[in-house]
Design a protein around this ligand. Structure first.
Ligand SMILES: [Zn+2]
Length: 491
């Protein structure tokens, strides 16, 4: 395995922002120093070649983590455009070296069997970047065997769970209070983190039963309103709080939802929150055009005000994680229906994630904090911080080199998803990922893809909340205050 020396860059991770060189060897970060002598490293390298990357003017970040992806998602007789190979490719173009995907709780399988089924699919499907999983726990399969099965899931290296507050017809909905309490108690006991999709089913069913309007894309936000998100956060958050169990809210989309998160945290509940670029940057007016179906997802896009409130909250440290909910159908698949009851929901977005965040927030918050949202925070919460999410010696050799120079307007021709479109068209991005390195292998450099299907590895979650990695409310948001950001070069 070759050695990679990254020279002259600015290293940025959750606690560091400094000029330094970085050496990767044997798939791990093996040296960080103000100046690395290339000739000396060449003499030291025993096998493989030595590649030197000049990162002058660039940011050198830990390989990014997209903590919410759906690659190869089978839905209503079709499958997403980005399977594991295509997903790995678009991730590499976005600087993402680890994705956290989802395992369904399959009918007729227990949790452990469901997880193994998905892991096998991912291994055989040719993942080229590393991955781990959130395991779904669905209402259709909730029974007395779950607690014991959770223990076996944990032994397998999966310690994060996903529940749904909606989708009764697919059997996903988990709303029986006794089951929820049982799940929260056992998750707490085992140090597993429960993540939850929040749209309160009784609200949505009632609206649907009484709906007199059309079923066009523009109607979708009114059929699944922000109040439904808020009510689900309130109801599930309170039960989790009563059971003293932390809860992670996926893809918070609205001011109303955020207000509930604030209220629960104010009560002392341990609530972690994720949002996505879609809810930060896209408003519901996108659903009004001829191609409005392209922008259908759940929860639906909200108002410009919601976008702005979420951006303000993000810059203040109220969100722990930004992830994408990448779920890629092609333009043809999306536009094959104009009825929101049958449009395939979801959009791609892993590739656009960091450029959008960098452009919008680089002047609003310390870069370390911004980078942490897509590196160390998800690594910590999802139990992979021993290998991923920061730049230190001994960590996996995962690096994203970001060149902040230059501006582009996002359009379909820029992105590499097999969906062949971007939901963020028309938005300006500053800079781009110039190189992505996964465990010491260059998987993307200057617009060329070098990923090898099958090289991606399952990363076991070694701990999630055992020992308590973060406690709400921290003194000043989750972020380390800027004046405490360690300058490694100086110590
Ligand atoms: Zn999702």
């Amino acid at each position: 395995m070759s050695t990679i020396i990254i020279k002259n860059g600015t290293l940025v991770d959750y606690r560091t922002e400094c000029r330094a060189d970085l050496v990767i060897s044997g798939g791990k970060i093996c040296k960080i120093a103000p100046s690395v002598d290339v000739e000396e490293e060449k003499r030291r390298a025993t096998s493989g070649g030595v590649k030197v990357i000049d990162a002058a003017g660039c940011l050198v970040l830990p390989g990014l983590i997209d903590a919410h992806t759906h690659y190869h998602l089978v839905s209503r007789g079709t499958v997403t455009a980005d399977s594991f190979r295509e997903g790995s490719r678009t991730a590499s173009f976005g600087g993402v070296t680890t994705v956290i995907d989802f395992a369904d709780h399959n009918k007729g399988m227990n949790l452990e069997e469901s997880a193994k089924f998905r892991l096998d699919e991912m291994a055989r499907g040719g993942m080229a970047v590393d991955y781990t999983l959130h395991q779904g726990v669905y209402g259709h399969g909730y029974d007395a065997s779950i607690p014991e099965n959770l223990e076996r899931l944990k032994e397998l290296g999966i310690r994060t769970l996903k529940i749904f507050t909606t989708y009764r017809n697919t059997g996903y909905l988990l709303d029986d209070p006794a089951s929820l309490r049982d799940l929260f108690r056992n998750a707490k006991r085992l140090g597993m983190l429960v993540t939850v999709h929040c749209e309160y089913n009784p609200f949505i069913e009632k609206i649907n039963d009484n709906w007199k309007g059309t079923y066009l894309p523009k109607d979708h936000p009114d059929m699944r309103p922000a109040e439904a998100e808020a009510e689900a956060i309130r109801t599930y958050g309170e039960i989790a709080f009563e059971e003293d169990c932390p809860l992670y809210i996926v893809h918070c989309s609205s001011e109303a939802g955020l207000d509930e998160i604030r209220r629960l945290r104010g009560m002392g509940a341990e609530i972690y929150a994720e949002t996505t670029p879609t809810y930060l940057f896209l408003e519901r007016s996108r659903l009004e055009g001829n191609d409005g179906a392209l922008f259908v997802m759940t929860p639906p896009l909200r108002t410009e005000r919601d976008n702005k409130i979420l951006r303000d909250a993000l810059s203040r440290g109220e969100f722990n994680v930004v992830a994408t909910d990448h779920c890629s159908f092609t333009r043809e698949q999306k536009l094959s229906s104009c009825d929101v009851r049958t449009i395939y929901p979801g959009v791609p977005g892993t590739e656009e994630m960091f450029p959008l965040l960098y452009t919008a927030f680089k002047d609003r918050m310390p870069l370390s904090n911004l980078v942490s949202l897509v590196t160390n925070e998800p690594a910590k919460l999802f139990g992979i911080s021993g290998r991923k999410g920061s730049l230190s010696v001994g960590m996996d050799g995962d690096v994203c080199i970001y060149d902040p120079r230059g501006e582009r307007i996002l359009d379909d021709s820029i992105v590499h998803t097999a969906a062949k479109y971007t939901a963020f068209r028309g938005l300006k991005i500053e800079g781009k990922v110039s190189c992505t390195i996964s465990r010491g292998r260059v998987v993307m450099e200057r617009g060329e893809y070098f990923g090898e299907p099958g090289e991606g590895r399952f990363i076991e979650q070694s701990s999630t909340l055992e020992g308590g990695v973060a406690v709400w409310p921290p003194a000043r948001g989750f972020f380390i205050p800027k004046d405490a950001i360690r300058k490694v070069c100086n110590d």
